[in-house]
Design a protein around this ligand. Structure first.
Ligand code: H2B
Length: 99
């Protein structure tokens, strides 16, 4: 059930369209850190992302401490050992629209 990985120019277009996201894990992922007023705001954001993730069947890897949420997007089913796919581009766009 392999998902096609983004080509280099598609990854470049993704990062250009979403400049707050950075390439991570040797180009196999993108990551963004979000800072909120407090834990309640951060948790509210995570709840909304969780609903997106379920709707898209595409789930973030993330880390939260108090008002900080670090989100990494990668597609486990892409390529041979995971990589970036159109699913990550779609999720990054949807997360950006929440803010
Ligand atoms: N999330 C992410 N980030 N990558 C995947 O490859 C993935 C997923 N696959 N969520 C989905 C679920 C898959 O395991 C199910 C069976 O559709």
């Amino acid at each position: 059930m392999s998902v096609p990985e983004l080509a280099a120019e598609e990854t470049a277009a993704l990062l250009a369209a979403h400049p707050d996201w950075a390439s991570a894990r040797d180009g196999k992922a993108i990551a963004r850190t979000f800072l909120f007023k407090d834990f309640s705001e951060a948790w509210g954001f995570m709840n909304r992302v969780a609903l997106l993730a379920e709707a898209q069947d595409h789930h973030p890897e993330w880390f939260n401490v108090y008002n900080r949420v670090e989100v990494t997007l990668t597609t486990h089913d892409a390529g041979t050992a995971g990589g970036l796919s159109a699913r990550d581009a779609k999720m990054a766009a949807a997360i950006d629209r929440l803010l």
